[in-house]
Design a protein around this ligand. Structure first.
Ligand SMILES: [Zn+2]
Length: 217
C-alpha cells in the first residue's frame, strides 16, 4: 500500500489523501482549504479527478464539512463516490444554497461497522462524535496492510459514547495512522472542554436570566 497526502499536513483543512494498492487507487476526502474560494484550480492533481481513469476505484468523503468535501463538485461525474447516506442528503440539499454543495451520479453509503469492498480495498467505517452529522473514521485494508484515517472527531459531543466505545475496542494491527488534530486543548479551559450538555444547561440558565430581565422591565 502506498499513501500520498496531497493536502492537509501543513494547514488546517483541505484534506486529500490518495492510497494505492495493486495498481488501483482510493482517495479519502477532497477538502476545500479554509483560506481559498471554491475553484477547480484548487482540485489536487489526481488521475481520475478531471477525466475518467479506471485505476481510481472511488473517492470517500469522511463527513459533510467543507474542508473535507468542498472540492468534490469539480470531480468528473463518473467517479464512484462513497459517503454516509445522511451526508449525501446534506450535500444534495446544500447544493441549492452554497457554492460547495454537490450531487453525485454514483454513490455507495458508509454504515458504522459494515465492511465495504471497493477494488482491492476493504473499508470499515466507524461512526464518529463530531460537529458534522454522519462523520466517519475509516479503516482501509489492502495489500495485507491496514491504514486508519481518523477523519474529524471529538469526545465531548452528543455522540461521545461512540468515542468511549472506540477507545475500548480500537482496530488492531494498524500499520499506518493518519489523524486529524486541530484542537488538543484550549487556553483557559483548564484542560477540560465543556460538553454539549454543559453548554445546553448554560444556554438554559442564560435564557432564564434574560427572561427574568424582560419581565422586570
Ligand atoms: Zn469536520
Amino acid at each position: 500500500m502506498k499513501v500520498c497526502i496531497h493536502r492537509g499536513t501543513q494547514e488546517v483543512g483541505g484534506t486529500c489523501i490518495e492510497i494505492e494498492a495493486e495498481r488501483k487507487r482510493l482517495v479519502l476526502d477532497v477538502g476545500l482549504p479554509l483560506n481559498v474560494e471554491p475553484s477547480i484550480r484548487h482540485l489536487p492533481k489526481v488521475k481520475g479527478f478531471r477525466e475518467p481513469d479506471e485505476a481510481l476505484v472511488a473517492v470517500v468523503l469522511s463527513h459533510p464539512h467543507q474542508d473535507h468535501f468542498g472540492l468534490s463538485r469539480y470531480l468528473q461525474p463518473d467517479v464512484q463516490m462513497i459517503m454516509g447516506a445522511a451526508a449525501e442528503g446534506i450535500l444534495k440539499a446544500s447544493a441549492l444554497f452554497t457554492p460547495t454543495g454537490a450531487t453525485f451520479r454514483h454513490v455507495l453509503h458508509l454504515e458504522h461497522g459494515k465492511k465495504l469492498d471497493v477494488g482491492p480495498f476493504t473499508i470499515t467505517p466507524y461512526l464518529n462524535d463530531h460537529s458534522a452529522y454522519d462523520a466517519y473514521s475509516l479503516l482501509i485494508a489492502a495489500d495485507g496492510q491496514r491504514l486508519f484515517y481518523s477523519g474529524d472527531f471529538r469526545g465531548h459531543g452528543r455522540k461521545s459514547a461512540l468515542f468511549e466505545q472506540f477507545l475500548k475496542h480500537p482496530p488492531s494491527n494498524v500499520d499506518v495512522l493518519l489523524m486529524e488534530g486541530t484542537t488538543i486543548g484550549r487556553s483557559g479551559s483548564e484542560g477540560k472542554f465543556k460538553t454539549e450538555q454543559d453548554l445546553e444547561q448554560e444556554f438554559v440558565r442564560r435564557s432564564t436570566i434574560l427572561r427574568g430581565w424582560c419581565i422586570f422591565r
